[in-house]
Design a protein around this ligand. Structure first.
Ligand code: SAM
Ligand code: SF4
Length: 481
């Protein structure tokens, strides 16, 4: 019996006329942004969006490698797609499978070897090569860090009207394609990282730090504003290390970029993520005081509260530095909501180290935070160290998450009775309900007509839910044209 999906060594069949792509996204906001840009690139090549993988001529998995079993999850997803591909072939259709993102970068040609059904493997810095790789008709891998930037090869944002049906574990401000207005959008300004924390794969999968030029970012933000986007989240693995070429000579820091973007009419809210504590410069702290459009929310990962562990992690900051930084930020912007990331069970972490993390969490009072069990990533320095037993990691994670949940509940409880501006983004769970984001990034549900999607409205909070707030419109709201 012939193996229907073996294409190695042979030219793969040509794509059918009406090509449709299904993109499944794993991981962080950066990957959501990348998926949108790949959708733009493919739309420029005539691709439409497929509602399901069954309906697609191309299934693109945009993968994440940050935590354990990432590659295994991708291989089992490919296994499921293999059956679809065989079925499509039985129906006389040529379906392709492409793997992009950080697993593609880390595994490279191994994916083609292990998964015969995969046609193209493309790393995060080579997305612009996707159409050429697909057209070449051969199985291919592209995981170089090319000299030219992928950003120079992207079509205009807004070209596409494509649905991205992928996984979104942290959707935050992700806009829902297909709605009448897009209220919020991501904009990548920086990529890669030179910090080399000993647990992290990012410097290896995303490469060295790179900042996009100011002019290109301004152009993209203006295009988003023209499409009705009001809330822009600037993205970067280490976004506050931004130092993009300015319009004249010299590089601009993030604070100056934020000031320039806040001059764009239509953009009413700005945020940025993810920041490293070491790169919170004085001018960036001052921007939180001086720029009304910069929202009072900052994701500032600490990872641990123990100086010993922070040193082993190569974080380049200690507990005191972090706490002093938080104080300075809160002096600049007293209502600032802080969010963070924590790793428990890093190699060598003792109960005393973990207690120091719990203390730090209590001292800061996070509005919300993400926490993870340490997961050894192949090729990173900490992966070779003696590991904390999984049961210990699991127990610590549970205690940390209980404390973080308490903090989040306390932060949300303070919102009861408060009035603030809410940017309505999409329909809620029940008819007649819309959901928007508060200035502090909380989801807020209100009863409001769909015509108000994309509008900034005044809301009064009348109930606190477990993960979100509920409120009522205050002023007679204005519908968006
Ligand atoms: N650049 C950001 C910073 O410095 O905080 C973080 C980027 S990373 C994509 C997001 C989060 O994943 C990290 O803050 C860290 O908490 C977590 N993470 C990264 N590597 C990890 C690992 N090996 N095990 C567990 N969590 C990890
Ligand atoms: Fe990874 Fe962030 Fe450390 Fe860079 S700063 S190595 S992205 S955790």
């Amino acid at each position: 019996m012939s193996n229907p999906e073996t294409t190695q060594g042979k030219a793969a069949p040509e794509l059918s006329e009406a090509r449709k792509v299904y993109i499944k996204t794993y991981g962080c906001q950066m990957n959501v942004y990348d998926s949108e840009r790949m959708a733009d690139i493919l739309a420029a090549e005539g691709y439409k969006s497929a509602e399901t993988p069954e309906d697609a001529d191309l299934v693109l998995l945009n993968t994440c490698h940050i935590r354990e079993k990432a590659a295994e999850k991708v291989y089992s997803e490919i296994g499921r797609l293999r059956a679809l591909k065989a079925r499509a072939r039985g129906d006389g259709r040529a379906m392709k499978i492409a793997v992009a993102g950080c697993v593609a970068q880390a595994e490279g040609a191994e994916i083609l070897k292990r998964a015969q059904s995969v046609d193209v493997v493309v790393g995060p810095q080579s997305y612009h090569r996707l159409p050429a790789l697909l057209k070449a008709g051969k199985r291919a891998v592209e995981t170089e860090f090319p000299a030219e930037s992928k950003f120079d090869h992207m079509p205009e944002p807004g070209f596409r009207n494509m649905r991205l049906p992928g996984d979104r574990p942290q959707p935050l401000l992700q806009q829902q394609a297909g709605l009448p207005r897009h209220a919020a959008a991501f904009l990548t300004v920086q990529e890669g990282c030179d910090k080399f924390c000993t647990f992290c794969v990012v410097p290896y999968t995303r490469g060295a730090e790179f900042s996009r030029p100011v002019a290109r970012i301004v152009e993209e933000a203006e295009a988003l504003a023209a499409r009705g986007v009001k809330d822009v989240m600037l993205l970067g693995q280490n976004v506050n290390a931004y130092h993009g070429a300015g319009p004249a000579a010299g590089a601009w820091p993030l604070a100056r970029l934020l000031a320039r973007l806040s001059e764009i009419s239509g953009i009413e809210r700005l945020r940025y993520t993810t920041s490293h504590p070491r790169d919170m410069s004085d001018d960036l702290i001052a921007a939180h005081r001086d720029l009304p459009k910069l929202m009072p929310y900052l994701h500032l990962p600490a990872q641990s509260g123990s100086d010993r562990i922070l040193a082993l992690m190569n974080r380049r900051h200690d507990r005191n530095f972090y706490l002093r930084l938080v104080e300075r930020l809160r002096r600049a912007r007293p209502d600032l909501a802080l969010s963070g990331d924590f790793i428990v069970g890093f190699p060598g972490e003792t109960e005393a180290d973990f207690s120091a993390t719990l203390d730090l969490v209590r001292a800061v009072g996070y509005a919300q935070a993400y926490s993870f069990k340490y997961s050894p990533r192949p090729g990173t320095p900490a992966a070779g160290e003696a590991q904390v037993p999984d049961a210990v990691k699991a127990e610590r994670l549970q205690r940390l998450q209980a404390l973080l949940d308490e903090g989040q509940a306390a932060f949300n409880a303070k919102m009861l009775g408060r009035e603030f501006d809410l940017l309505l983004e999409k329909p809620g769970k029940r008819p007649g309900q819309l959901v928007g984001r508060s200035p502090w990034l909380q989801a807020v549900h209100v009863d409001a007509p769909e015509s108000l999607i994309g509008a900034m409205v005044k809301v009064a909070v009348d109930r606190i839910g477990s993960n979100s707030l509920f409120g009522a419109l205050v002023d007679p709201p204005r519908a968006v044209a």
